[in-house]
Design a protein around this ligand. Structure first.
Ligand code: SAH
Length: 226
């Protein structure tokens, strides 16, 4: 039986249409996102599917939107920027995302062809993300309910790790689960000010090399699962 309601929601009309999405991608390009693979992935993943229907008409604005449990879907420009930093001059490879939220960024990573593991500590969000992602049929994406601060030893090592919640220090297990030559990107909060910046950490043969980048605003990484 065909289910027009489902395909219509996935496809989108009006403010959720592919044209609206194409305009979002134009703005990303104008804002300095250059990687074609990233732009193509952002163009193909319907962001409106990941937010409440009442907010769907705002899904292609460059803004964070509430997704329940006090959490937010990240701004498209920040999603694109983080992924671009991970894949610059290389493939993403095997990726761990910490903080699935609604599943949007995980979908963009999977659309890029990466082998994606995404972990979320809040069960209701992990379940909602699973439901959001199901119609997209991304076979290269695995969702896990757990504490991402511990990483995911069963699937380690990772070529890329993307932390989608703010840390004061990158948790040691994540650094340990990064393959030599791998990259980790995380929003890091300064202990004194509430200011956060993206930090890119590259694992060399002997050491970790760190680059501090754009100011950002993320919810904090919290310990344990619930
Ligand atoms: N990646 C999302 C945004 C995530 S918001 C997007 O595509 O827009 C940050 C998420 O990190 C929240 O859902 C929060 O519950 C989750 N989180 C916080 N601490 C965590 C932890 N220790 N392990 C896993 N997820 C965590």
């Amino acid at each position: 039986m065909s289910r027009p309601g489902v395909s219509r929601r996935l496809e989108g009309v009006g403010m959720t249409s592919p044209r609206t999405r194409a305009r979002m991608v134009e703005r990303l390009r104008a804002a300095g996102i250059r990687d074609r693979r990233v732009l193509a992935a952002m163009e193909s993943v319907p962001r409106h599917v990941f937010v409440d229907e009442a907010l769907a008409h705002r899904a292609y604005e460059d803004t964070a939107l509430p997704i329940g449990a006090g959490q937010f879907i990240s701004r498209p420009s920040v999603v694109a920027r983080m992924i671009e930093l991970l894949v610059h001059g290389r493939e993403a490879g095997r990726v761990l995302e910490v903080g699935t939220g609604c599943g949007y960024q995980a979908a963009v990573l999977a659309q890029l062809g990466a082998e994606v593991y995404s972990i979320e500590r809040v069960r209701v969000l992990a379940e909602r993300a699973r439901a959001n992602l199901r119609p997209l049929r991304l076979a290269n994406l695995r969702l896990v309910h757990g504490d991402g601060a511990e990483g995911l030893a069963a699937a380690a090592p990772f070529d890329s790790i993307l932390v989608a919640a703010a840390v004061f220090e990158v948790p040691q297990p994540l650094l340990a689960q990064l393959r030599p030559g791998g990259r980790l990107i995380a929003p890091r909060a300064d202990g004194r000010a509430a200011a956060q910046r993206l930090v890119l950490i590259e694992r060399g043969r002997r050491e970790f090399v760190e680059t501090v980048l754009d100011p950002v605003h993320f919810v904090p990484l919290r310990a344990g699962k619930r």
